[in-house]
Ligand binder design. Sequence first.
Ligand code: CTP
Length: 428
Amino acid sequence: MARIVLGVSGGIAAYKACSLLRLFTEAGHDVTVVPTASALQFVGAPTWEALSGKPVHTGVWDSVHEVPHVRLGQTADLVVVAPATADLLAKAAHGLAGDLLTNVLLTARCPVVMAPAMHTEMWEHAATQANVSTLAERGIHIIPPASGRLTGADTGPGRLPEPEALYAVCERILAHPAPHTGVGSETPGSPDVSARTEATTSELAGRSVVVSAGGTREPLDPVRYLGNRSSGKQGYALAAVAASRGASVTLVAANTSLVAPPGVTVVPVSTALELQAAVERAAKDADVVVMAAAVADFRPAHYTDAKIKKTHDPADPDAAPTITLVRNPDVLAGLVEARGEEATPVIVGFAAETGDEQGGVLQHGRAKLARKGCDLLVVNEVGLDKTFGLDDNTVHILRQGSSHVVDAGPASKEVVAAAVWDAVQEIL
Ligand code: CTP
């Protein structure tokens, strides 16, 4: 549980901050919302108070005896401003302290994240870019705006990324907090906008990574398929964290309905064979491949073009078709084989295990790591009430040729993803 101050400045994207607030509170964090007066023109104080369970103030003259303008910033584990308008960025860059949020920004010594959102012209204006540059040089994490449809008919960079993507970045920063002192930084300024606004850190900068996510579907007829319960959340968290560390990320997504993390190229697929083709294509130039997808081991031997009908023969009321299955290729094993003696790409497998009379979850994991020949195996315990579709996960990370086990969780899938990338970075 972290103490988070969610700053909201006055842009239309303030409504998205409601969902971000929900993600924080559902994860168990203690959130105080500090909107600007303009933000309340878009979303009123009762909404923030109901969603956070706390009173909401915009100025420094409320509850003065508690000295909130100093205490909130001093005691926070994370300050997030989403959306950060051009006006808020300008005030923060120049150290103005006319309201509660700007006071919090001056007193915070924890990591600070800002997610700018505005019209493209305002974002690209030299004044805004100079302010963003100043803030980034002081160690503030700038999540660059996404491109797409803006409030009016126009499109371009300026959209606030989706709440799930902002949440993933915040969880990652909470898992690895590097304090932001706000009193100057030794990092030299960069004239390059893309470098300045890189999401968070650059441990994977220049690396190309492929992540597979979701669960494949193997069609039987036009309306039916064999599938599995994977939601894709862990794979999406892996993609989001890799992007936030500066990697160029291709996410091969099988049958998911999740929002793409900012900056990630999504390749939608459905069957195991489609997933294999997409992963193998992307893996050619990759430094790392993470196979988080639940790939069906079998598919129906025959696809029936027309819907399979039940018979209405009164002599045989229980008649049912027999479905013959054939094996699907093992994509992970294929990647290991194609790599041969080369060191790249680093290959990470996942193992969904339940444990049985033959052995526990870890024992099965070790056997699978040896069988599959990948560099890391992320073993998670699955069951009807575990892992699938949930936001939290518990995993054990096994490394080829080492008896050491890294345990991660129970924690959010973003925190687990961060532990996986830490392990990958050790190999890289
Ligand atoms: N995998 C794959 N291709 C398949 C099946 C699985 O690439 N046809 C990958 C998954 O993406 C995962 C890993 O292999 O990274 C482990 O998958 P899992 O289904 O747990 O293991 P299996 O090899 O199917 O072993 P078992 O049936 O014994 O559980």
